[in-house]
Design a protein around this ligand. Structure first.
Ligand code: GLN
Length: 188
C-alpha cells in the first residue's frame, strides 16, 4: 500500500507517521515528477488552501491531481485539504465549505465526537478550520457534526475532515482511509 502525501506547503509529516504506523508506505509529492509513480491513495494536508491551489497550478499538478481523483483515486483531505476538494477549488467533491469558520486566531479547539463508519469518541482537533456549509449531491454524505455544523463527509473514494486526525493518537480515521484505498477498484 503506497500513499502519496502532498508536501507543497503546510504540515504533512504527521500524516506520514500515522500511515506508516498502520503499515503503509508513503512518499511526498513536491513536484510533477513525484506524481508520476504508482499510488493507492493521496493525502491533502493542512496549510493554506489558497497557497496550495496556487502551487498546484504553478507546478502543473492541478489537472493531474484533479483528474486522478475524478477517476477514483482514494483521497483524504484534512482542513485545507478538505477546502481543496470542495466546490470552487479542485471541485471533485460536491461540498461547499466556509473557510476559517471558527475565527482566525481564537478558532482552535479540541473535542471528541462520533464519526459515522468510524465510531464514537473520535478526537477532533480544529485549527482555523472550515466547516461544510452545504452538501451538493446525494452521493456525498455527512459523517460528523460539531455544534450543528458538518465537519466530515465522504463521497465515494473521497474522505474530508475539517479537523486533524493526524494530530491525535487515534488511528481509526487513517485506518478507514487505508481500507478505502485497499478496496478501491479503479475503472479506467
Ligand atoms: N485556514 C486554512 C485555509 O483556509 C486552513 C487551516 C488548516 O489547514 N489548519 O486554508
Amino acid at each position: 500500500m503506497k500513499i502519496a502525501v502532498l508536501a507543497l506547503q503546510g504540515a504533512f509529516i504527521e500524516h506520514e507517521q500515522r500511515l506508516q504506523q498502520l503499515g503503509a508506505e508513503t512518499f511526498e509529492v513536491r513536484q510533477l515528477a513525484d506524481w508520476l509513480q504508482p499510488m493507492d491513495g493521496l493525502v491533502l494536508p493542512r496549510g493554506e488552501s489558497t497557497v496550495q491551489m496556487r502551487l498546484l497550478d504553478q507546478l502543473g499538478l492541478l489537472k493531474p491531481v484533479q483528474e486522478a481523483i475524478l477517476r477514483g483515486l482514494p483521497v483524504l483531505g484534512t482542513c485545507a485539504g478538505m477546502i481543496l476538494l470542495s466546490s470552487g477549488y479542485l471541485g471533485t467533491m460536491n461540498i461547499r465549505v466556509r473557510r476559517n469558520a471558527y475565527g482566525r486566531q481564537l478558532g482552535s479547539f479540541h473535542t471528541v465526537g462520533q464519526v459515522e463508519g468510524i465510531g464514537e469518541d473520535v478526537p477532533m482537533t480544529f485549527i482555523r478550520a472550515p466547516y461544510i456549509e452545504e452538501i451538493l449531491s446525494p452521493d456525498c454524505r455527512p459523517l460528523a457534526q460539531v455544534d450543528g455544523r458538518m465537519v466530515a463527509a465522504q463521497q465515494g473514494c473521497q474522505l474530508a475532515t475539517a479537523f486533524h486526525p493526524e494530530l491525535d493518537a487515534d488511528l481509526r480515521l487513517h485506518q478507514h482511509f487505508l481500507q478505502m484505498a485497499r478496496h478501491n477498484v479503479i475503472v479506467g
